[in-house]
Design a protein around this ligand. Sequence first.
Ligand code: ZN
Length: 256
Amino acid sequence: MSVPDRGAGHDAALRDVTASRPVNPEGALVLFSGGQDSTACLAWALERFDTVETIGFDYGQRHRIELSQRPVIRDGLGRLKKSWQDRLGPDHVLALPSLAAISETSLTRDMAMEATASGFPNTFVPGRNILFLTYAAALGWRRGLQVLVGGMCETDFSGYPDCRNDTIQVLARALSLGLDRPVAIETPLMWLTKAETWALAETLGGQPLVDLIVAETVTCYQGDRTKAHAWGTGCGQCPACELRRKGWEEWHSAKI
Ligand code: ZN
């Protein structure tokens, strides 16, 4: 297998990732995908921690737009508050191409049909958040960051058992043992409805943060950025768009 030349930028990023840092109890590493939930989590962390770094995963997702929106959203957050700009540290993107090999598109026909019936996107990988958090913990160990922040949510439970609070907290224990260093996993959205996630964004960053989330975050399973709605861009049809629209409408009707 040939190793692609990723250039000087990639090499510098790799050095950045592998450089060991002393533990910083005031720092956090946010799992940041470029979606609505992880953007709310990033704003939440920027309010609470002195140093906030972000991690994203390139796993061959069909909609590359999600990855390309990440720096746009980070820049946008930095412009909203001076304190957020000061606290926002490096971004890390890890390539996990092996995940594509175990996504629905690579499975046998019978299993693919079963997964499609579940309504999950075709890049769905069972236990994906466990893998992401484990990679984040390993990177956090290198960076001296022992608090991980993720947007997992049990309230609008969509059938992802790796989003359950029990899964997350037992994983934090396993990671703490395995790394021989305390690892905390903060999930600020765990018990919030989608309407309450919009309200959280408004509390953290006011209307400018709500506007940034509407304009720049990608939730749609199709990665559709061509159709604009009050709640953001998306195909408007897929389960992720449906959930986002419903949350927006519930939030608005609660405000009236
Ligand atoms: Zn959609």
